[in-house]
Design a protein around this ligand. Structure first.
Ligand code: SF4
Length: 340
């Protein structure tokens, strides 16, 4: 009898990452388990808004999966995925165990919201590279953009970012997500640059909402505007927003066909696609982004959910035959407006 190979549950990729090369992702918490509910989140609204730290996934299982994927020779092993990785309570043990398996450096993509907790800072010391975020210059914009759990205040966030920098000897790169009309304005950016000057990260990297966000009003900033705002940082920030059009990697070509077949049959969210193709949401997003850039698929929105569907189902079908899901808006709304 043939044994059935289980698809990976926690490890995905390697996926191409603008900052980390070929990054082997490790997802440590369930989908949308996060301390924030960012208006720009490409995974949709947070469904488990929490500050509870626990072993959300069995560590031995994560390590077994990871060991099997090491032959892919990634540039980084990245603790990230579809929620906040510092909610994982055995982070230090996990990173130490990864270091015993391989020399590949371990990066942690975190929103930084729990760095005010000494235990979280202690556990992160084991990482080679930590990439926290700061998206707002003041408490009001922080509440609006990140919609944090009530236990996380702006003061706690800032003090955590500063203290961790003093304690951590690895690389520290700070990401700033700028949104049109809210934070991508000269004065808020200058205020952020001033705060970041005190944090002293090795790099400051600017991003914007290049993929469909949780809230329609989280507006993308143009590449030109980002470049101009980057000069307000000293030294100037690096723009990492990925506006490029990518090709589907060879190893993902069969998944692409299955995905297009799926989207021809019915519109799907990122999570539907991830489940349907047995991949992690972060992988699904990359593939969907390529197909959207190529014009093969379109997005439409129903409330907080973004649905993807095949462009080939647009024209020939009369509107009434479009498979409607819970009354979703059947008018395509491809990319959101770009604000400069
Ligand atoms: S963008 Fe990141 S930090 Fe914000 S809600 Fe989504 S997963 Fe959480």
């Amino acid at each position: 009898m043939k044994s059935r190979i289980q698809p990976p549950k926690h490890v995905f990729g390697p996926v191409p990452s603008r900052r980390l090369g070929r990054s082997l992702g490790v997802d440590l918490v369930p989908f949308k388990t996060c301390t924030y509910d960012c208006i720009y989140c490409q995974l949709g609204r947070t469904t488990c808004h929490t500050v509870q730290r626990k072993e959300w996934a069995p560590m031995d299982g994560v390590l077994d999966e990871l060991e099997r994927q090491l032959e892919t020779k990634p540039d980084y092993i990245t603790l990230s995925g579809s929620g906040e990785p510092t909610l994982y309570s055995r982070l230090d043990e996990l990173i130490d165990a990864i270091h015993r398996l391989t020399d590949i450096p371990v990066a942690v993509l975190t929103n930084g919201s729990l760095l005010w907790q000494p235990e979280v800072r202690r556990q992160l010391q084991a990482a080679d590279l930590v990439l926290p975020s700061l998206d707002a210059p003041d408490p009001a914009r922080f509440a609006f953009v990140n919609r944090p759990h009530p236990e996380i205040t702006f003061e706690r966030l800032i003090s955590g970012l500063e203290v961790f920098r003093q304690e951590f000897s690895g690389q520290y790169w700070l990401e700033v997500m700028l949104l049109g009309g809210y934070t991508a304005l000269r004065i808020p950016v200058q205020q952020m640059a001033e705060r970041i000057r005190r944090i002293r990260p090795e790099k400051v990297q600017l991003n914007t909402a290049v993929r469909p966000p949780a809230e329609e009003y989280a507006l993308q900033v143009s590449p030109e505007r980002l470049k101009s705002l980057a000069r307000l940082f000293k030294p100037p920030a690096e723009v990492i927003a990925d506006f490029r059009i990518h090709r589907v990697p060879r190893e993902a070509q069969s998944s692409t066909k299955t995905l297009l077949d799926l989207l021809r049959r019915r519109p799907c969210t990122v999570q539907d696609v991830a489940r349907g193709l047995s991949m992690k949401p972060a992988e699904a997003i990359k593939l969907l982004a390529i197909l959207e850039d190529q014009g093969n698929i379109r997005t439409s929105r129903h409330g907080p959910s973004v649905f993807y569907r095949s462009s080939s189902s647009d024209k020939p079908r009369p509107r009434s035959s479009f498979p409607n899901r819970a009354g979703m808006d059947s008018q395509p709304q491809n990319r959101k407006g770009i604000i400069s």
